[in-house]
Design a protein around this ligand. Structure first.
Ligand SMILES: Cc1cc2nc3c(=O)[nH]c(=O)nc-3n(C[C@H](O)[C@H](O)[C@H](O)COP(=O)(O)OP(=O)(O)OC[C@H]3O[C@@H](n4cnc5c(N)ncnc54)[C@H](O)[C@@H]3O)c2cc1C
Length: 439
């Protein structure tokens, strides 16, 4: 049995952040990671350029510790402020129900309608019943507008798509408060050389044991962490397992989580959210736009495409199978998904929409070390559930990870800040987060 001050479970951004800050403060730390790589849900595929299969965006660089770390590590960024499912602010080619591009004036009117609903939503959500869904809240906000059926339906679709793209959940399954902390401050950026450089840099100099699948965490006396390759003992442990892994029962926590943590965990659920990258021999879509969107029933699944050409250097569109589309296409072959997506692009661009030369599709739902992309709030959940999940356990066990951070959960910055908080709690002292990227 090996013994250290702190055992960290998971070498994603949360675990690496905690480990780095603890080691920097003089503690001995080991990081146990099931996969054969670090980064978890930040993962760049480098077989053909740099394709980010997990996180792509910093959702707002102002005040972001991820942006500060990326700058300190010399990671190149490209501005791409459309990752928060914005309706405007950057050029977007909007297509109407008939498959034709909306004239600018109609697109502006549609965006104004979305803003009108967004203006009343916070008040409606604040007054919503504890078990209310995001659907119920948005329906009330729509009703207050007094619009005709068509006008209402266009915005309703947009709100459904926003719930799906932001949280990978069907709008009726997402809590009314589910998007409360979805803040974007400043520009959004992506990484042309891959987000994966961030965890790779964070892992430098740490004792990370890859291929160590944790099967049990016993916090009866200090912490014993069981893996297929031995037991690791620590005075404390930071466990950054995704919500889907905690729910799966693959890791036996003994004694079971106290109710403060367990109740919060019970109200959070892993989502269904997959990326589909399509690389084309040439670009056939509108010039100078960040994204293409289509309205109407044809856009139920495939409604938005993001132009990654500037980031990838080759004509590339990214679309998402999000929520119901991800669940329904989970077992489809790539060819089936591509045919389904291309049918929609051909509605908009006709024969100019040629077949892609390369396709990359993620399968986070089937990943045993994630069980989905990130967590969302089910009905009855409140934003405090995130912080409650991280309530320290027995003075020795600390849960961290994207789902444990209330302000902007489901992001890389949430993961980083939760790891920082766990390290501070263990050290019993404030630690500047800048220590993470200091030499
Ligand atoms: C498709 C997709 C798109 C996303 N887009 C964005 C985005 O644009 N911007 C953004 O900010 N965020 C985005 N996210 C979310 C972001 O990637 C996550 O919030 C963040 O990376 C989570 O970090 P974490 O450390 O909490 O968890 P993880 O990165 O999942 O780390 C947990 C680690 O634990 C390991 N593990 C699991 N089970 C075991 C076990 N039994 N034993 C040992 N180790 C185990 C895992 O392998 C993993 O390495 C996206 C995620 C996905 C999947």
């Amino acid at each position: 049995m090996e013994r250290v001050d702190t055992v960290v479970v998971g070498a994603g951004v949360a675990g690496l952040t905690a480990a780095r800050l603890l080691q920097d403060a003089g503690r001995t730390v080991v990081v146990l990671e099931a996969r054969d790589r670090v980064g978890g849900r930040v993962h760049t595929d480098r077989t053909d350029g740099a394709t980010d299969l997990g996180a792509s965006w910093i959702h707002g660089v102002d005040g972001s510790p991820v942006a500060a770390a990326a700058a300190a590590f010399g990671m190149r960024t490209v501005e791409f402020t459309v990752g928060g499912y914005q309706v405007d602010g950057r050029p977007i080619a909007n297509y109407g129900v008939d498959g034709r591009r909306l004239p600018d004036e109609a697109a502006r009117a549609f965006a104004a309608d979305v803003h009108a609903v967004d203006a009343v939503l916070p008040e409606v959500i604040a007054a919503s019943a504890p078990e209310a869904s995001y659907r119920e809240a948005t329906e009330e906000a729509l009703e207050r507008q007094g619009w005709d059926a068509d006008r209402t339906q266009r915005v309703r679709e947009y709100l459904e798509h926003r719930a799906e793209e932001q949280y990978g959940a069907w709008i009726e399954d997402l809590a009314a408060h589910g998007l409360d902390d979805d803040q974007i401050d400043g520009d959004e950026v992506v990484f042309p050389d891959g987000y994966g450089a961030l965890p790779e840099r964070l892992a430098q100099g740490l004792d990370v044991r890859l291929g160590h699948v944790v099967t049990g965490v016993d916090w009866t006396d200090g912490v014993l962490v069981h893996t297929g390759r031995g037991v690791f003992a620590g005075d404390t442990a930071v466990v950054t397992l995704p919500v889907g892994v905690l729910h799966s029962g693959a890791v036996d926590i003994v004694p079971p989580l106290p109710s403060a943590n367990a109740d919060a965990l019970g109200r959070l659920r892993m989502n269904a959210f997959e990326k589909v990258f399509l690389r084309f021999p040439e670009r056939f879509w509108d010039e100078g736009v960040y994204a293409i969107r289509q309205q109407g029933p044809e856009g139920r699944w495939w409604h938005s495409w993001y132009d990654l050409t500037a980031a990838h250097g080759r004509p590339t569109l990214l679309t998402f199978a999000a929520g119901p589309a991800a669940t329904a296409t989970r077992d489809w072959a790539d060819e089936q998904v591509v045919a389904s997506v291309m049918a929609q692009l051909r509605r908009l661009y006709g024969d100019r929409a040629v077949e892609p030369v390369a396709v990359h599709r993620t399968a986070w739902q089937d990943d045993p070390f994630a069980h989905g992309s990130y967590a969302y709030m089910t009905l009855g959940s409140t934003t405090a559930d995130h912080d409650d999940l991280a309530t320290p356990i027995g003075g020795v066990l600390h849960l961290a990870g994207e789902a444990t951070w209330t302000d902007d959960p489901a992001t890389v910055s949430a993961a980083m800040l939760s790891g920082h908080r766990a390290a501070e709690r263990i050290l019993g002292a404030a630690v500047p987060i800048e220590r993470l990227w200091a030499d």
